[in-house]
Design a protein. Structure first.
Length: 266
């Protein structure tokens, strides 16, 4: 579930809030100016939110020049939005609808950020999700292949292998692939790294067997020898922790919204 503004709150965390507030400020400046309730100086909350939304970083990290530029931009917004024409436009139904929509977007994003802070992914949840995903890592294979241009050539090589010919030597003599000099050695690989026809054929073999029929792919015709197999190795937890954390938090927020929808439908 993502904020209405289109920014991914789970990828940028606080970015969506800043963007939505920036949009709301631009459309709502006329009203703020008319009410004369906002301090336009650098000490105002409004300025802080606006500046951070433009700079994409905390205000305390901004240079004096960046702060001055942000203040000038905000002042320009006030100047334009307080003109007689802008005030008149602000009374139109479309503009009023946009202001209301942006108010809702701002509240949505503020709530989402607050929800994430109050419901972070726990270490137990992260490790449980990691273990679940690790169990789904596919088997890895070690294989060699001989790539030729025609089915007839591949069938001929299979017949030689059945007669006891050495696979490595045949690959060095006949393969047209880049692994020719290495005897067709592909090393260890996960099935998804190969074209489907190739990986499907490898998965059907037993360790030590070669394909009884040629395998055709977009590259040509293959004779494949599966030399070994092993359980797939999941990525280290440190490399995927942030992704897992985001997914857990996103699921929590999505579940909360589903709960609200169910209550609203009753």
């Amino acid at each position: 579930m993502t904020p209405i503004s289109g920014s991914n709150i789970f990828g940028t965390r606080f970015g969506a809030l800043a963007i939505a507030l920036s949009i709301a400020l631009i459309s709502g400046c006329a009203r703020a100016q008319q009410e004369q309730e906002m301090d336009r100086g650098e000490d105002s909350v409004l300025f802080s939110v606006f500046a951070e939304s433009q700079l994409r970083k905390p205000l305390e990290q901004a240079t004096p020049e960046e702060r001055a530029n942000a203040l000038d931009q905000l002042s320009d917004l006030y100047l334009i939005s307080s003109t007689e024409r802008a005030v008149e436009l602000g009374k139109g139904e479309n503009v009023q609808a946009q202001i209301e929509l942006q108010r809702i977007v701002t509240l949505f994003n503020a709530f989402a950020v607050d929800f994430l802070e109050a419901n972070p992914a726990t270490e137990e949840e992260i490790m449980a999700a990691y273990a679940e995903q690790s169990a789904l890592v596919p088997t890895e294979f070690k294989a060699r292949h001989i790539l030729v241009e025609t089915q007839a050539a591949a069938n001929s090589l299979i017949e030689e292998l059945k007669g006891g010919a050495d696979f490595v030597e045949l690959a060095k003599q006949h393969s047209t692939g880049p692994t020719r000099d290495a005897g067709g050695d592909l090393g260890w690989f996960a099935p998804q790294t190969m074209v489907r026809e190739f990986s499907d054929a490898v998965s059907l073999l037993a360790d030590g067997d070669f394909t009884p029929e040629p395998v055709q792919t977009q590259f040509g015709w293959h004779v494949i020898l599966r030399e070994g197999s092993r359980d797939g190795t999941p990525p280290p937890i440190d490399g995927v922790r942030e992704v897992i954390q985001r997914k857990i938090e996103q699921d929590k927020f999505s579940s909360y919204i589903e709960e609200l929808r169910g209550n609203a439908a009753e």
